[in-house]
Design a protein around this ligand. Structure first.
Ligand code: ZN
Length: 352
């Protein structure tokens, strides 16, 4: 959708998830600026610049902007959009679905309707007119059609009385939708997520359960109602990668190799700093790092290093114990903080 229906939700997504519009990064920056200014009440352009700079750096995109640009964005007069939802009525959904059209066509009718409803809600225009930007409408519908198919579809929609196209469709800049229910009696869909609104329609047609990804909040349609998915595709993949074992191969030939690309950077860093050459050493390093974090807040945690030894964090110390629970050695966590490599080497020798 061209319009950002809810600028607060959009800006939070940018700031919390590091999202930035690939094609139009300024669209994202502008919304973040407006959110900080109008919702968070920040009115100093330099302060806003700092926050936005940090956000953009985090996205790793190269975007040029300065305090002057921020000030211009702050001074824009256009109203701030905070639309919570739009309704699609049962009658509208019947008009979209009770036909022999391919599913992709139905999705496009739905996408045009939601686009119109958002525009209507924000600008209070009740003219049933929607911009004929098919590329955006199709993208929102998560479907693609070639130019020929698209024309065939629009001609059929017009023939069936669902839309009107000025100039007989030739380079129409907009259409009129004839399937809008101005006095809805029964609500079919409530659209609250304007990014992935096609999913509400998919659920309406195919069933399943809509959930928010527990990692990033993205809307997900789960086909299983008994054991629904918890993550979106992207986060699921990430989670699976994280779970994969880190296999270090060929350590005899100098630099070890890792099969888990995600952890390569971390591994490489540890490898260089601590001269880690086996998976066991890498795991020990990970455990010490974890324990160090816990140790600082004073918590107690037990890590099994191998079949013979475990490490406990207690009273600010790494306590190394054997399987019988006998204390073999103790190393202050502080030491690890100050001289991690020496501490690591020492513990490594003990547990070998
Ligand atoms: Zn996710």
């Amino acid at each position: 959708m061209k319009i950002i229906a809810n600028e607060t939700l959009y800006a939070r997504k940018c700031l919390e998830q590091g999202f930035i519009d690939n094609k139009k990064p300024y669209k994202s920056i502008r919304t973040v600026v407006r959110y900080l200014n109008q919702v968070q009440g920040m009115d100093n352009a330099t302060e806003i610049f700092k926050v936005v700079k940090e956000y953009v750096d985090q996205t790793e995109r190269e975007v040029q902007f300065d305090v002057k640009v921020i000030r211009q964005m702050m001074n824009e007069e256009s109203p701030y959009n905070e639309l919570d939802y739009v309704y699609i009525s049962k009658k509208e959904l019947d008009l979209i679905t009770n036909n022999n059209y391919p599913h992709s066509w139905k999705k496009i009718l739905y996408s045009m309707l939601v686009t119109y409803k958002v525009k209507n809600a924000i600008f209070q225009v009740n003219n049933h007119r929607v911009d004929a930007e098919m590329s955006i409408i199709m993208k929102d519908a998560h479907t693609t059609l070639g130019v020929d198919k698209r024309e065939e579809m629009l001609a059929k929609f017009e023939e069936d009385g669902l839309i009107d196209m000025p100039n007989g469709g030739k380079q129409s800049k907009y259409f009129y939708l004839n399937y809008i229910d101005d006095e809805p009696e029964e609500i079919g869909i409530i659209v609250e997520d304007f990014d992935d609104f096609y999913l509400y329609f998919e659920q309406y047609v195919k069933g399943g359960r809509l959930i928010n990804c527990s990692e990033c909040g993205k809307l997900v349609l789960s086909q299983s109602s008994t054991c629904p998915e918890r993550y979106c595709k992207k986060c699921k993949k990430q989670k699976e990668l994280e779970k994969k074992p880190i296999a270090i191969k060929d350590s005899s030939k100098g630099k070890p190799r890792f099969t888990n690309k995600l952890l390569l950077d971390t591994c490489t860093q540890s490898y260089q700093l601590f001269e880690i050459t086996t998976e066991e050493e890498y795991r020990l390093m990970q455990e010490l790092n974890n324990a160090f974090g816990e140790g600082v807040v004073g918590g107690e945690k037990v890590f099994k290093i191998n079949d013979k030894f475990s490490i406990t964090t207690l009273n600010g110390k790494f306590t190394i114990m054997n399987i019988a629970g006998q204390i073999i050695d103790e190393v202050p966590i502080e030491n690890f903080q100050k001289r991690p490599r020496v501490t690591f080497e020492k513990i490594k020798k003990i547990v070998k």
